[in-house]
Ligand binder design. Sequence first.
Ligand code: ATP
Ligand code: MG
Length: 621
Amino acid sequence: MRWWPRSIRWQMLAGLLLLEILSIALFALVVMRQQNKELKERAHQRLTYEAGALASQSAEALARESPGWLDLSVRMKGEAPSIASAKVTDAAGNVLSISEGDKSKANLEPAERATIPMLTAGKAECLDLPHNRWECAKAIYVGNTMRGIAWVEFDERTLRDRFRALLYGMEIFGGIWVLASTALVLLMSRSIAQPLAVLHRGTRALMNKNDGNFPLPVTVKNEIGDLILAFNGMVASLDEQRAGLNDTLSLLDSMLAYAPIGLALFDRSCRLVRVNQVFAGITALPLSRHLGRTLADVLPQPIAQELKEAVQQVLDGEKPVQNLELSGQRGKPPQPWTWLVSAYPVRTTHQQVRWVGMVVLDATERKLSEEALRRTEKLAVTGRMAATIAHEINNPLEGITNLLFLLRNYSGLDATALNYVNMAEYELRRISEITQQTLRFYRQSTLPSRTPLRELLDSVLSLYHGRLNALGIQVVRDYDPEMSLFCFAGEIRQVVANLVGNAIDAASQGGRLEIRARQCNSGKDGAASGMRFTVADTGAGMEPEVRECIFEPFFTTKEVMGTGLGLWVSREIVLKHHGHIAVRSRSASRATQTGSTSGTVFRFFIPDDEKLAGNNARNAV
Ligand SMILES: Nc1ncnc2c1ncn2[C@@H]1O[C@H](COP(=O)(O)OP(=O)(O)OP(=O)(O)O)[C@@H](O)[C@H]1O
Ligand SMILES: [Mg+2]
């Protein structure tokens, strides 16, 4: 019903008007019918009476044979109220007198003629004429003879006037009724439609998240007013719940954003719906480039495939996948990494897994530390064994030295045998030296001491003597072995050993290794005096990106052969002595371009400060 109004106010008004119009029309119809019936009855009575009166007057006039009297009687009757016309005819129907018009031209109508035979003495006969006209006829008797008929016609204008008055009354009554009910409806609609409109506006504002309109004004004190109050209460409690939810969400958000582990959420089609900064760091893509992407879009194969299988496994089996270990290499130069991945189902209802959450823990350091620890443990065991062997060898060496001394003094030896004894003594001294160095390496002092360079540098070189010889590396010693330095001897020896070890690893057959030591002031501020050590080789050198990372723990290019801790530990030792270390290197590829030789130079400075070293000793203890 397109024409039917939408608002309650106009619906109530239109409904009421329709109802009123219908009820008033029905009421008018019933009243009119009733009135019509009553008026007709009264008109019949009146006509019967008037016809009777005219008949008796006419009977007298006819008896006296006075046409004038007859005419007067007829004319007066015709002018009586509610009478339209009157006439008197003879028994055959010929008009003798008529109230209006010319009696010679007047004729009875067919209905009137048909009534004449039915007329009897004493009884008036009423008849309906065409066009809603009523007439009454009464026979005129003079003595026992019927001398004529008196005809009286009702003035229907009387009826029309009555109806009009009735209608007018009804119109006034209807108008007042409609006006009063309209006012009532408008009044009622104020207390229903207006608060409902307020409620409607409030609901819309709530949908548009416009909280400024609340609480809604309560303008009426009825059920709708109570409804608005309840609505205000509901909005307030929703606000409280929303604030609580927001708090929880911000808590989760910050946990997700700042957690030191990689976190990601996947939907059922294995697409990323949320990731945190750490996860973005793992994929090396900006945070915004993850949403809606698959794992294959953000990670290389086969890692992406393995992770996808874990997610799918959770979706299919709805059971968490825990501590899946993934490893590989990345970066330039490539470095090993290890991740521990766990995936778990996230349900919104008990039935279905809506998302899959993934936690990625970077276990690279832990893995490398474990490996380094294993290797260090092995080295320590080997060192202890070497020290034990060196110690055990010392005793028979003493015996052999004594025996050779006795043999040298034996008189029966010729020159050749004596030469052999000399050679044996020389080799024995070397064995003894090696065992001493080995023991010195193992037995490190916890207190700093003034140590001659001979002990710091020669001891290292004699340890690497075998490897240096095997590779035919020419060793250049540029230092005074008698010069000394106040330091933790064992630690400085370890630094030199690391640098020499690296130089030998990088060296090719027939290279050169130069070890230099000079007393000088610190290159940095020129204040502290100390010793500057240089370890230079003509090995393969380093590319710039390798040189950048060499002091980082676990950085190595030697795969399983190196732990990547040597230079990191060396730098820590130098810093502990308040010194500094630097490196220069030219890679083989760069050397080919420039037509020079490749190689690496490490320089480190150790201050010769007994007070400083003393502090360090206290710290170390
Ligand atoms: N003299 C050098 N020439 C060329 N590269 C070097 C030299 N010294 C160090 N490097 C590079 O620096 C890396 C780190 O050296 P570092 O001594 O810390 O670890 P490593 O030698 O690999 O292992 P580790 O010393 O624990 O056995 C080496 O892997 C190597 O690539
Ligand atoms: Mg090393």
